[in-house]
Design a protein around this ligand. Structure first.
Ligand SMILES: *[C@@H]1O[C@H](CO)[C@@H](O)[C@H](O)[C@H]1NC(C)=O
Ligand SMILES: *[C@@H]1O[C@H](CO)[C@@H](O)[C@H](O)[C@H]1NC(C)=O
Ligand SMILES: *[C@@H]1O[C@H](CO)[C@@H](O)[C@H](O)[C@H]1NC(C)=O
Ligand SMILES: *[C@@H]1O[C@H](CO)[C@@H](O)[C@H](O)[C@H]1NC(C)=O
Length: 505
């Protein structure tokens, strides 16, 4: 489910706010967010990556003055009737990153639903993408046959909010071209499986009204009450401009996708405040993309999930409806035989590499029921109303940190290759979750030249060493003060609140 979510009203309000707050020309005020790539043998290496706001969060104004080049319905047709006119008439201004709802500190990114500006609570709903150390292109994150981990503090994200960390198969330059030299450096080129139409398609003024479709892997869509991970395969490679029926639900992308939500899969006591994965405290989320032959070029056969909290590893709980399995495979819903192509083509996109995107958003039409209410979670039918959230949780926020990816077993204490973790098997029954449709993207903008130099050297980080427990030994549980980490190759596996044990999983 797509998460590109500012509304027209919000974006234009932001743009008005920025219009008085910005004068500086390019480059954009991107924020540092170091991330790590990891191998089992070498540990994790820090890379000096950055985050950039999606383009609609920037003010686009006339080159000669400060008239907005956007209107409440998109680009100003007089100024931006063609890509060339837009380039000649308009320029894009750097974003006010804090005002727009993010802060970074070390390797942590905090995203706020609202910002309190002198007593006025503004809706920020930020959406940022991972940019390379030069601040020029998006980072190519390749996850086929690999794993991805991050720490998350979701304690301040209530019912109705969606803190999302996902991948889209965008162009890594953001569709940079002669009339949009900024490209990725100003957050252009967005696409996802909802195939939304926006004023720019792949960095070019969207005079043809194309929808921007591409593979989307929602690694994380969650609040403190519910969580889901969802592949959305498409039958097209890279960013694809759909028209007419191709943009619809029987077009080129699997819009609902096949999402795994542990509450919906029958375990209502696993994830939430005070539960097994206690969302009042920070925990680590690991997602593995397993191939049939264990390589990074094989066929994607399983998407597995682990949680780690207080050094205890919790495999994704088994489903009561999906035959005791605890992972997504082809039979879970994204079948290779449907018209979108299933896990296999999605795996090919994960192998080519995708762009990492973070957002926090809310849902004024359905209050995010598909994520956290009815069969999906414990939230009531009205708690997710944005008006309610604004009144009761103006501090709604999510913090991501320690973002890592690499070989299986290299980013966390989840099991490495050759060691599936899961459960029994039997005849699978497919299920598909339904998500809402994405709100339309917003207004604005054009280009400017941006060139950024700065590429601090990579540094190697060694993961902290701690006392290690041997096979079968206790590694966690209420009152346990001994080691919480198991000697390789064993993994600390939760068995009950009083006991966790080092096992070969
Ligand atoms: C579009 O821009 C032109 C030229 O600056 C301006 O006269 C016109 O009012 C703008 N239209 C809208 C709808 O803002
Ligand atoms: C917003 O900030 C003002 C100070 O500028 C403060 O008095 C007010 O309590 C804040 N409102 C909320 C809801 O945090
Ligand atoms: C997107 O933009 C890039 C860079 O300009 C270009 O190479 C690519 O062909 C474009 N793709 C589509 C589908 O327009
Ligand atoms: C939920 O999952 C946990 C961890 O896998 C397990 O210990 C617990 O028994 C499950 N609860 C139910 C109701 O299935």
């Amino acid at each position: 489910m797509a998460s590109r979510t500012f509304t027209l009203v919000v974006a234009s309000a932001l743009l008005r706010a920025l219009a008085v707050a910005q004068q500086a020309p390019t480059p954009d005020a991107i924020q540092s967010l170091p991330t790590y790539t990891c191998t089992v043998a070498g540990g994790c290496v820090e890379q000096s990556t950055n985050v950039v706001f999606a383009w609609p969060y920037h003010w686009m104004h006339t080159v000669e003055g400060y008239d907005s080049c956007t209107t409440s319905s998109g680009l100003n047709a007089t100024l931006c009737g063609t890509a060339e006119d837009c380039f000649n008439n308009c320029e894009i201004a750097p974003g006010d990153y804090t005002g727009l709802g993010i802060t970074t500190s070390g390797n942590a990114l905090t995203m706020y639903q609202y910002r309190n500006v002198s007593g006025t609570i503004n809706n920020a709903s930020p959406n940022v993408m991972l940019l390379d150390p030069a601040g020029e292109n998006y980072v190519n994150v390749q996850l086929l046959g690999r794993e991805f981990s991050f720490d998350v503090d979701i304690s301040l994200l209530p019912c109705g909010e969606n803190g999302a960390l996902f991948l889209s198969e965008m162009d890594f330059t953001g569709g940079r071209n002669e009339y949009n030299p900024a490209g990725a450096s100003y957050g252009f080129g967005g696409c996802d499986a909802q195939c939304g139409v926006s004023p720019y398609f792949n960095g070019t003024v969207n005079t043809e009204g194309l929808g921007a479709c591409c593979h989307e892997m929602d690694i994380w869509e969650a609040n403190s009450m519910a969580t889901v991970f969802t592949p959305h395969p498409c039958s097209v490679d890279g960013i694809y401009g759909c028209k007419g029926d191709e943009c619809g639900s029987s077009g080129v992308c699997n819009k609902p996708g096949c999402g795994w939500n542990s509450y919906q899969q029958g375990n209502t006591s696993f994830y939430g405040p005070g539960l097994i994965v206690d969302t009042t405290k920070t925990f680590t989320v690991t997602t593995q993309f397993i191939t049939d032959d264990g390589t990074t070029t094989g066929k994607l056969t399983e998407i597995r999930r682990y949680y780690t909290q207080n050094d205890v590893l919790y495999p994704n709980p088994v489903s009561t409806s999906y035959n005791g399995l605890n992972y997504i495979d082809e039979d879970f819903g994204c079948s290779d035989t449907d018209s979108f192509g299933g896990l296999t083509v999605h795996g090919e996109a994960l192998g080519r590499g995708m762009v990492l995107i973070f957002s926090v958003w809310q849902d004024s039409s359905q209050f995010m029921h598909w994520l956290d209410s009815d069969t999906a979670g414990p939230c009531s039918s009205t708690e997710g109303d944005p008006a309610n959230i604004k009144a009761n949780n103006p501090d709604a926020a999510i913090t991501y940190s320690n973002i890592k990816w690499g070989e299986l077993g290299s980013t966390s204490n989840a099991p490495g290759p050759d060691s599936g973790s899961s459960s029994s098997s039997s005849t699978p029954t497919a299920t598909t979750t339904t998500s809402s449709t994405a709100p339309p993207p917003a207004t604005t903008t054009t280009s400017s030249t941006t060139s950024r130099t700065t590429s601090p050297p990579a540094t190697t980080t060694t993961l902290a060493s701690a006392p290690k427990q041997t096979q079968w030994g206790q590694c966690g549980g209420n009152g346990w003060t001994g080691p919480h980490v198991c000697a390789s190759p064993y993994t600390c596996v939760y068995s009950n609140p009083w006991y966790s044990q080092c096992l070969s999983s």
